[in-house]
Design a protein around this ligand. Structure first.
Ligand SMILES: [Zn+2]
Length: 298
């Protein structure tokens, strides 16, 4: 059985055809530009081009395609919202793609796709068989996350299930693009750390460099990473108290930082409604492909 998946980003649209059994196999992988500057209809045309190429190369016809997008699909109105790819906001993209590509389309947020892929074909199965709840987080430029329960992504009434990056974490804090302040994202994303480090030193440097300086013991970098760890602990404890996942997969640039898996985990314990912390904290396995593989699994 073949699964078709498309992952739409701000600059490229990637499509795959995969087989899950007996082990994950990517049969085709094609990328085209998103070219969002030419508008919504043009972006739809790029989808059409991509699917035509996949059809030609594979000789297969899809009956169902999973699509991962930045932003969320409103459960009621079915239009896209909260997307940094502006030209698709407010558009009934599922219906439009169904008509254009002549097959069933299931669409989900890209962090949900990431969570789905790592939960079913990525790192989680290396540790657990049939986990009940998996929480997948992308900690990078922003903080996105998805909840997978018994192998299925939870979307929720508004389509925002898992959007924990926009929970308020403190009484006051930096403004967030979403219009609120003190969101989780404004404390534990890459830009949040970079801006804190800049406040301390006047220097704008990448997160990887801040982390390198932290490992060398630089005081300002240490303070920045300790702040990240503090808020990470507080934010993740809320998730565990609420849905108690079997595993948490930390993706994105910051998901690579070892400090989150030891000191970060210790910090979570301080806020937890339980004496011990048995949740697995895992680094993802599928890398850049997680999004598109997750889309194919929709
Ligand atoms: Zn926010």
């Amino acid at each position: 059985m073949y699964h078709w998946g498309i992952d739409m980003g701000g600059t490229k649209i990637e499509g795959v055809i995969i087989r899950k059994e007996p082990k994950l196999e990517i049969l085709q992988r094609i990328r085209v530009g998103t070219e969002q500057e030419f508008g919504y209809d043009h972006v739809l045309g790029q989808f059409k081009k991509l699917v035509t190429l996949l059809r030609e190369k594979s000789g297969l016809q899809p009956s169902h395609i999973g699509v991962g997008t930045p932003g969320t699909i409103d459960s009621v109105s079915k239009v896209i919202k909260n997307s940094n790819t502006q030209c698709i906001v407010g558009k009934p993209m599922v219906g439009d793609l169904q008509e254009l590509l002549d097959c069933r389309i299931t669409m989900a947020n890209d962090a949900n796709c990431f969570a789905m892929a790592e939960a079913s074909l990525g790192i989680v199965p290396d540790y657990l068989q049939n986990p009940e709840v998996v929480f997948g987080v992308i900690m990078g430029t922003g903080v996105g996350s998805g909840v997978v329960v018994n192998g299925k992504v939870i979307n929720g009434r508004h389509g925002i299930a898992g959007e924990w990056g926009h929970n308020r974490l403190a009484e006051e804090g930096p403004m967030c693009y979403c219009g609120h302040d003190a969101c989780v994202e404004t404390f534990i994303s890459g830009p949040a750390c970079q801006s804190h480090y800049k406040d301390l030193t006047g220097q704008s440097i990448p997160m990887a460099e801040i982390y390198r300086r932290y490992l060398l013991g630089e005081p300002e970098a240490t303070q920045t990473v300790q702040r990240l760890v503090k808020y990470f602990g507080k934010a993740v404890a809320i998730v565990i108290n609420l849905i108690d996942p079997d595993a948490i997969v930390l993706g994105g640039g910051l998901g690579n930082l070892d400090v989150l898996y030891n000191e970060g985990k210790e910090e979570v314990k301080k806020h937890l409604f339980n004496k011990s912390l048995e949740t697995l904290f895992l680094k993802p396995k599928l890398g850049d492909s997680a999004g598109v593989i997750g889309a194919a699994l929709l």
